[in-house]
Design a protein around this ligand. Structure first.
Ligand code: GAP
Length: 447
């Protein structure tokens, strides 16, 4: 069996599979779409949920030092002045004086950047401007400068503005973290590469507060967060050799960061940022305190001192994780002149864990037994599907393409001899006969 995986058209194949099998659709597709927006279909929703749930369990419920929040997307605009986003959250924009197409200057092909010429028509660019990426809206019935608000460009802001609430209600001891999963919005000049660079996306972020008086401990915690990010990525099945640690140099870091490590991944279109880790120091708490007038300090009971904690921020983009998981899992295999496509998801992430088939659709006794087993398995695992459409080969192909790890077939032996069901493994194609009880334990041990 030969593995077939041509990198150049891999992205096209993934996008096409996502649409064909109900993972991801273009946003507002029936209206011709809206650039930079995407909608998850049933399997994409499940896949993203599974990633979110593992993240949530790993970084909040399994820990003792985490305080989750779910803050409003639209915040008082002063918060974005304090965070530096109103003044500085921008990308360089150039516009062609001939065709008036607009481009992100730092993403132009080298030749166009150097010669300042338009890649579409060859015209000359006007002067480079800074384009603020925050989406603006108006709150209330008046549409003037006094009612301007922004859709949050990062979920982090919602945590910093709740720092005092957490201190006052939960009385945490340093070090501790706040965690949030939610939508973020950026009016990207050039959304591209499928869901990789979208205008609306989900972040899973942690603001981890540390005592700045102990620099060695701060560094240790920073390194530990990097390791936790890596172990999460490996835990969801990403190939270690496709992950790259990038120490972000001075000048390339976000305005709030003293040190940043990006984790890049070998996407089909190149090595690009998957997630980040930043040492935001006291930048946010100090600025929010200055702009709001609120006391955002922490009282150390032991030393009787008031300090402003520093913040270490591990940040994860959900869409980029979904895309990395899909790219890593996408597999093709040639057998007897036919190409089999399957998604080699870790069973923990698979949108459907088990598919149950009656061998023949027109034999009521087989269908009845298969439905009985299906119900039993569904009660146990939830994400179980029933399929009696087309022949067994077609059913396997459908399940392979959505990454279902196990297909269970109910045949005459199941009914007549009570010897259990056949269980077919997605990756090897091997089939084994086992009792439903053994199947339940086997699947449980693999989730
Ligand atoms: N709070 C820090 C922060 O927002 P960031 O590097 O700008 O840092 C964090 O964003 C993560 O959010 C990125 O590593 C990436 O995974 C994701 N992300 C950022 N912009 C994105 C976009 N336009 N589309 C999809 N994901 C994006």
């Amino acid at each position: 069996m030969a593995e077939v995986k041509k990198e150049n058209d891999l992205m096209e194949k993934i996008v096409s599979l996502c649409k064909r099998r109900g993972f991801v659709f273009q946003g507002s597709e029936i209206y011709g779409g809206l650039a930079g927006t995407w909608d998850y279909g049933p399997y994409g929703t499940e896949l993203a949920h599974n990633i979110k749930n593992i993240w949530w369990k790993t970084f909040t419920t399994d820990r003792e030092d985490m305080y989750p929040v779910d803050a409003a997307i639209i915040m008082n605009p002063k918060a974005w002045e304090a965070s530096g986003h109103v003044a500085g959250f921008s990308d360089p924009l150039v516009e062609c004086t001939k065709c008036h197409h607009r481009f992100r200057a730092d993403q132009l092909p080298v030749e166009n950047r150097e010669k300042k010429t338009c890649p579409d028509c060859g015209g000359k660019f006007g002067e480079e401007k800074q384009f603020n990426m925050m989406f603006k809206t108006h709150v209330g019935a008046t549409e003037d400068e006094s009612s301007v608000a922004y859709l949050r460009p990062e979920t982090a802001g919602g945590m910093f503005v709740n720092f005092k609430n957490i201190i006052d209600t939960m009385h945490p001891k340093l070090p501790f973290g706040m965690a949030q999963i939610g939508k973020a919005f950026r009016n990207e000049i050039a959304p591209r590469d499928f869901i990789f660079r979208s205008r609306e996306f989900k972040q899973m972020e942690i603001e981890y507060f540390v005592d700045p008086r102990n620099e060695a401990e701060v560094n240790e915690i920073f390194e530990a967060w990097y390791e936790s990010q890596m172990s999460f990525l490996k835990g969801i099945g990403l190939s270690e050799n496709k992950l790259h640690k990038i120490e972000v140099p001075d000048g390339d870091r976000a305005h709030y960061s003293k040190r940043s490590i990006d984790t890049e991944y070998d996407f089909p279109f190149g090595q690009k940022e998957l997630l980040g880790l930043a040492y935001r120091t006291d930048f946010d708490l100090k600025n929010h305190s200055a702009f709001s007038g609120a006391d955002l300090s922490y009282y150390d009971e032991e030393t009787k001192e008031r300090i402003t904690p520093h913040c270490i921020e591990p940040t994860f983009g959900l869409e980029r994780l979904v895309l990395a998981v899909l790219s890593d899992a996408y597999s093709e295999e040639e057998k007897d002149g036919e190409v089999r496509t399957y998604l080699k998801f870790s069973p923990k992430l698979a949108p459907v864990k088990i598919a149950v088939f009656p061998l023949l659709k027109n034999k009521p006794e087989l269908v009845e037994k298969a439905r009985e087993i299906y119900k039993q398995l569904k009660k146990e695992f939830g994400a179980v599907s029933f399929d009696d459409n087309g022949n067994i080969g077609k059913r396997y192909r459908r399940q392979d393409e959505i990454g279902t790890p196990w297909c269970v077939t109910v045949d005459f032996e199941t009914i007549e001899q009570g010897t259990g069901v056949t269980v077919r493994d997605r990756d090897t194609g091997e089939q084994k006969r086992m009792s439903v009880e053994d199947l339940v334990s086997f699947v449980k041990s693999n989730l």
